[in-house]
Write a protein of this length. Structure first.
Lengths: 312, 324
């Protein structure tokens, strides 16, 4: 027994020495790194990363890189670049940009993958400051630019439109995320227009999303239950819309930006899915509604989606 | 350089051999386990656990213990035990139980330690099967018992009811969770009726909730932004309710169970908070609405809450509930 402590400590010490040698090798001449050394360094890096991540409570504080020069009063709008299927792969990007177009607020799109100050996209730069969250940005711009898309609504109608906004963004949205990242993951690299090698990175993101869906609660349901929940949400929107051109009446209001943001992804970026079936076959008024908004506010849709990175 | 591969592999082999010896020692005579061996075994176990957890996407599958005997057609409602402040500390428990009372569905409350099949409470046992999620349970019981609290509503009104339900459960809910577990954690022992020592052991679940809310997105906001969001939700409900006795009109419907579930927690378990201020001072019709439902469907409220008794078993139940 007296040998065992020495054995453990001895082998740990030898391993640590190997790690030191490997790290030194990595920085002096990485081409000479042996497979064993590479694995050891990678595993150690992952371990340290996991410890740090756990201690930070999984929260990554994003340091945002802002423009050195800006035009006062101009909105610099950070969003992922268009793909062939849709001008923006995040429903919140479709929402915010549709709002900007509805409100006639000029903006400059900054296509890229930089994350905003809350670690998400879209986000904006305005007068040298970074702002995040599509809803908070819209409230800010309403005040700043004197815009009110909801001015014709009664207070009760404004309340109803908030309820539908929250339902579609805090419930239906997760069903889309589940379908895209978990159920239909094999097709994701096609949609994102990235080489299949990037799929390895997407696997890692998928694990995070699965955890998020579980923690949220919706990920604990069976596939059948999730699809049932999604279907009920979409049918509720369809029923409430009825034969009206827009959700709250004859003219678009803020909720239409939010709902179009989510539904556009289902209409154009999720073909052959049960979600696509619901918004086209089962509830054709939803497809007509989306086309109506697309035609009115996204006259450059084809121009944006044709000239994607894939062509270059 | 030709020595390095051997060196790495050699030390890894030695370590593996030490691990084998340590594990064997653990099972034959753990009293003889050296500190070094104990650390090695513990670290290896943690590592394997972390790998498995990552691959599974962090999901824990809950094995539910069901009753050996049951009465066919009886709803056995598994829910949190009452505290002095409120009959049930989870808004979804208040919601489900209020629905059962609104729909006149007999049920037997089972205050116990078990978590439901989806890792949450409340849950029910019905004809020997376990079911989770208050919304899905309500849909099932509607079909099973021929109940329809929404029968007087138009289709458009049913849609509005669903929208308000989802807003209050998928958005407003986080405001309550944040205030209770993160902002006001130091006072939680009062609400849970336990000593501060017990709360010390529940502290990791505060961190877990923070992680959950971060991943969800709502936890990334500043306190000011978050409170603003929740306030707008509550004002929307208040505005839509107006002077009506219930959300959709003169009689209660399903959405009232959901909204009452959430608002009751704000009204009776978060005194002194901005949430309490909104549902009482800023929007007094919300307080009147909650009292109306409490008086009509919870005449035994005082009886349930006065007899609240805290036990050690209840504490372990709380810790399981909030371990997401």
């Amino acid at each position: 027994m007296s040998e065992s402590p020495g054995n453990v400590q001895g082998s740990l010490a030898a391993l640590y020495e190997s790690l030191q040698t490997s790290v030194l090798q990595l920085f002096t001449d990485p081409t000479q790194l042996s497979p064993g050394q590479a694995v050891l360094v990678a595993a150690s890096a992952l371990f340290v990363g996991a410890v740090v991540w756990t201690c930070c409570g999984g929260q990554r504080r994003t340091k945002v890189k802002l423009r050195a020069e800006f035009t006062p009063g101009k909105i610099y709008y950070h969003v992922p670049p268009p793909v062939k299927a849709i001008p923006c792969l995040t429903p919140f990007g479709m929402k915010l940009e549709t709002y900007l177009r509805m409100a006639d607020i000029p903006y400059e799109p900054m296509y890229g993958r930089s994350m905003g100050p809350k670690g998400k996209i879209p986000w904006i730069e305005y007068n040298g400051e970074a702002m995040a969250d599509s809803g908070l940005i819209m409230e800010f711009l309403n005040r700043e630019k004197g815009v009110d898309l909801n001015r014709t609504l009664s207070d009760a109608d404004k309340a109803v439109s908030r309820a539908f906004t929250k339902m579609v963004e805090e419930n239906t949205y997760w069903g889309l995320g589940w379908y895209r990242w978990i159920d239909n993951f094999d097709q994701l690299h096609h949609l994102f227009e990235v080489p299949w090698v990037v799929t390895f990175f997407l696997w890692y993101v998928r694990g995070n999303i699965r955890r998020t869906l579980w923690a949220h609660g919706i990920g604990r349901h069976s596939k059948e239950d999730i699809e049932g929940i999604m279907e009920k949400d979409l049918r509720a929107i369809s029923t409430f819309l009825g034969t009206k051109p827009y959700l709250m009446g004859d003219e678009p209001t803020e909720v239409d930006a939010a709902v179009f943001g989510q539904l556009s992804e289902l209409c154009w970026a999720n073909h052959d899915s049960y979600l696509h079936r619901i918004v086209t076959v089962d509830c054709p008024n939803l497809q007509a509604y989306c086309s109506r908004i697309k035609d009115r506010y996204w006259s450059d849709w084809d121009q944006l989606t044709k000239k994607t990175k894939k062509d270059q």
